[in-house]
Design a protein around this ligand. Structure first.
Ligand code: THU
Length: 132
């Protein structure tokens, strides 16, 4: 069974409630849909050493990969901001590693969202091919 965009965003919103973000006050939730329809969630996890912060997208990719999944169809990202919550540059690269064609749903606080294929957000991405 395939979840709708709206349902995937709802999963991201629920994960956002678990965000640990005392330093920025910016809670982020993410939900990723695997090739077989399985859904994993993640949230940002901050640290007193700011650079050790884990983005919600990185958390959800790690959770899915640790469970044995490496092919993803869609990712929904939600924050409480008034702007659509686009993935940062580093997270675009993390997504590209597993699914260069993943669809990215970027939501904002009121639940409205925009959708982009990853190659629109990270054109000409870095990758190491066979023989490089
Ligand atoms: N953050 C994410 O979780 N995902 C992004 O793509 C951008 C930023 C988090 C990191 C930090 O905890 C907070 O948002 C503010 O940057």
């Amino acid at each position: 069974m395939r979840v709708t965009d709206r349902e995937l965003i709802r999963c991201a919103e629920e994960a956002k409630a678990h965000s640990y973000s005392p330093y920025s006050g910016f809670a982020v939730g993410a939900a990723i849909e695997c090739a077989d329809g399985e859904v994993f969630v993640g949230c940002n996890v901050e640290n007193a050493a700011f650079g050790s912060t884990i983005c919600a997208e990185a958390a959800v990719i790690a959770a899915a990969v640790a469970a044995g999944y490496r092919e993803f169809r869609r990712i929904a990202i939600s924050s409480d901001g008034t702007k659509y919550c686009m993935p940062c540059g580093n997270c675009r690269q993390l997504l590209h590693e597993f699914s260069p064609n993943i669809e990215v749903l970027a939501a904002r606080a009121d639940g409205r969202y925009v959708s982009y294929p990853l190659d629109k957000l990270l054109p000409n991405a870095f990758a190491i091919g066979a023989g490089d």
